[in-house]
Design a protein around this ligand. Sequence first.
Ligand SMILES: C[S@@+](CC[C@H](N)C(=O)[O-])C[C@H]1O[C@@H](n2cnc3c(N)ncnc32)[C@H](O)[C@@H]1O
Length: 458
Amino acid sequence: MKKGQIYQGVAGEIRFPNRTVVTTEEGEKCTVANALTGQKVEFRVEKAKNGRYEGRLLKVIEKSELETAKDVCPHFGICGGCLYQSMPYMNQLRLKEYQVRSLLDQTGFDYKWEGIRTSPNQFGYRNKMEFSFGNEEKDGPLTVGLHKRGGFYDIVPVKDCRIVDEDFRQILVHTQFYFRMMNVPFYHKLRHEGILRHLLVRKATKTGEIMVALVTTSGLTLDLSSYVESLCNLPLSGELVSILHMINDNPADMVAADEIRVLYGRDYIYEGLFDLKFKITPFSFFQTNTLGAEVLYETVRGYIGTTRDKCVYDLYSGTGTIAQVLAPAAKKVTGVEIVEEAVEAAKVNTQLNGLTNCDFVCGDVLKVIDDLSDKAGKPDLIVLDPPRDGIHPKALGKIINFGVDRIVYISCKPTSLVRDLEILKAGGYVMERAACVDMFVGTQNIETVALLSRKEIG
Ligand SMILES: C[S@@+](CC[C@H](N)C(=O)[O-])C[C@H]1O[C@@H](n2cnc3c(N)ncnc32)[C@H](O)[C@@H]1O
């Protein structure tokens, strides 16, 4: 194979993160991301080193036998959001399970695999979307939507997106219509020119409360009152309680704000989980599938076992959801979270929920962990729910030194989990049980939960 050349072949076994080895008719092999097992694909070789090749998927020539889903989303294949929608749900689950188990089996633990727990909803399950402004093709009209598959600049106007409900779709379509009519340009990411950047929409599944946040540069001169009025007149099934204007002049392409202006209502929404209530601000981390989060937290609760009279640490606690799910039965739960806004929200939430045995510390786990037991008491049990890259090895060493009997590790990137499991193994822990929870139907993403117990010594 030669770098830069285009080939065809059939995709074989899948490995996390959605990588397959594609074999050409001549028997040559190349690793390609985002092809599905059984698909005949065209790809370009982009890396060639020591007889190993990596390629970029150009097109699917023949579907896989796994892709038998009926009535697939019209944006599938163009939109970069979902890769698995062409497969019926059972096949999606099988492919995700295979990828996670292949990784976990490499750890050598003799563990009980408990399968994938499914998302209660297969469609309309998301409570948050970050849409981008741009255009579908060069010099095309203003578009609001999601990035094209494999693209950074082109935006797909996902007016029929299936993973959100009709309220999200109405807000999206209306926003595009409104700003086209007003002739406001989008922010060009390369030239750093223009105004409209992102549209953040949150809708709480349990309460139906909706937040719309328009992100623009400080160059917007348009009075947004007619946009607000028109949003309020949309026939939404949920309740629009928050419309925000966020100013972001930072060139980095992420939803952020130098300033937040409340245009309507308040700057937060309420969501429910079990019988608890949570206040969610624009940037608070909150699981994007509320009903799926209940399945995830129920799994965590089952794995951690009895918390009666126990002191629990919830490390990487976000808005303190896990801490508060565990608190009613525990003696004390302490959360550690780096984002100050999330810690403040967690504190407010514990008050809302009448919990007096929850405390939250703001800081990097690696730094605050040294003094944590002086402030919060020695832990009996620990829950870990780090970001995608997993846990800093030094932080993990300190976590191991607490010597707790059980640790529950939640991971949205199984390769990071497996790396950290090796360190936990060396620190005297064994993985007893593991399961996945599918929070992201139609996509290749999956959450994994593992129960680790301290090996009896002697
Ligand atoms: C996957 S989220 C988990 C949130 C929470 N457990 C939940 O279920 O909603 C990971 C969280 O870790 C936080 N975080 C990232 N790096 C951190 C660090 N070094 N120390 C403490 N928290 C961190 C992020 O801000 C985020 O809220």
